[in-house]
Design a protein around this ligand. Structure first.
Ligand code: TRP
Ligand code: SF4
Length: 328
């Protein structure tokens, strides 16, 4: 059998995952496991770039994130699941790459500029924050990944990674392939207030929300804003609840809702109840697995240790090559 191509991606441990994260990335990772040699890691050093002042939550968030991954179907048998800070080689490569990365490449990075203005409550004028993409480049090329499955927001980082890899190869010889961003279609689900689902907007439905919480959030969802009264016809095309139905309700019922909404045969309260019930059912298996892993923290730690050992072998071999190429 031909060797599977390697892909790699990571997430920062900044809190529990919500449905936006699931469809933005994780669901794709789960399906990619069969086709690719997958490396998925928790970027705890990257979490420090913005949350360096208070690190009390980070350890808990690392466990929560790994449990979110495992309960949605990432599997340590299929993929290498690991923790960035356990592989010191990332830091070594980061140092070397930082020597060859021109500062203007980092200063014009769009996410750098965005975050500095958006997170104005934090002091992000640090060396580490500016160097965020250099560490990310090290994460990616140390495994010689060919592809990086990420959301649109990460494309500039993959682009900088390619430029850094090219510059390294130009100075020291061909060590690194240039990775590509792999973008996948994602459903357009929004937060309960119709804005982008985000932890900071307080509008997210979390994978770990208990059923009562999900019901409460769904009943508060904003529907078609033009539909003021039960007797008004609605428009499912602009309704976020309907987008959720497409994911969680059988196609026949979705068609019925589509029709009945437009003719005011169904009200939003009933429609949401149906959707909420289906959503809770869909999340039930994830919830069960979560409860299992929460009761077995040692198992989660073992998975992190084993995955990190596997990753370290690959990273170590690349660093041998790098030291040879750099003659150091
Ligand atoms: N910057 C990514 C994010 O915020 C996380 C990340 C760190 C990453 N290193 C990576 C993603 C390497 C892909 C590859 O989502
Ligand atoms: Fe949306 Fe359903 Fe209300 Fe129609 S009936 S507007 S699809 S919630």
């Amino acid at each position: 059998m031909a060797q599977k191509k390697r892909i790699l991606s990571g997430m920062r441990p900044t809190g529990p995952l919500h449905l936006g994260n699931l469809y933005g990335a994780l669901a794709n990772w789960v399906t990619m496991q069969d086709e690719y040699d997958c490396f998925f890691f928790i970027a705890d050093w990257h979490a420090l770039t913005s949350d360096y002042e208070d690190t009390n939550h980070i350890n808990g968030y690392i466990r929560t994130l790994m449990i979110d991954w495992l309960s949605t179907g990432l599997s340590p048998e299929k993929s290498t699941l690991f923790l960035q800070s356990r592989i010191k080689e990332h830091a070594e490569l980061f140092v070397i790459l930082s020597m060859i990365t021109p500062v203007p490449w980092l200063e014009r990075n769009p996410t750098y500029k965005d975050q500095i203005t958006q997170l104005s409550n934090k002091d992000l004028s640090t060396f580490g924050f500016l160097g965020y993409p250099v560490l990310q480049a090290a994460d990616i090329i140390i495994y010689k990944a060919f592809g990086v499955p990420v959301g649109m927001d990460q494309v500039p980082h993959v682009e900088i990674t390619r430029e850094i890899a090219r510059r390294f190869n130009y100075f020291y010889g061909n060590v690194f392939p240039e990775p590509e961003a792999i973008l996948t279609e994602t459903p357009k689900i929004l937060g309960i207030d119709r804005r982008k689902m985000s932890k900071s907007y307080n509008n997210a439905i979390y994978l770990s929300d208990p059923p009562e919480e999900i019901s409460a959030k769904v009943s508060g969802m904003i529907t078609d804003p033009q539909r003021a009264r039960r007797s008004d016809p609605g428009n499912p095309d602009v309704c976020n609840v309907f987008e959720f139905h497409k994911l969680y309700t059988d196609p026949e019922t979705v068609e019925t809702i589509n029709r009945d909404c437009r003719s005011a045969q169904i009200g939003c309260v009933e429609c949401k109840k149906k959707m909420g019930g289906n959503l809770i059912k869909a999340l039930a298996p994830i919830r069960e697995k979560r409860i299992y892993y929460e009761a077995h923290p040692d198992l989660v730690e073992d998975i992190i240790v084993e995955g990190s050992n596997r990753a370290r072998k690959v990273a170590g071999a690349t660093m041998e090559e790098v030291r040879g190429a750099v003659k150091i």
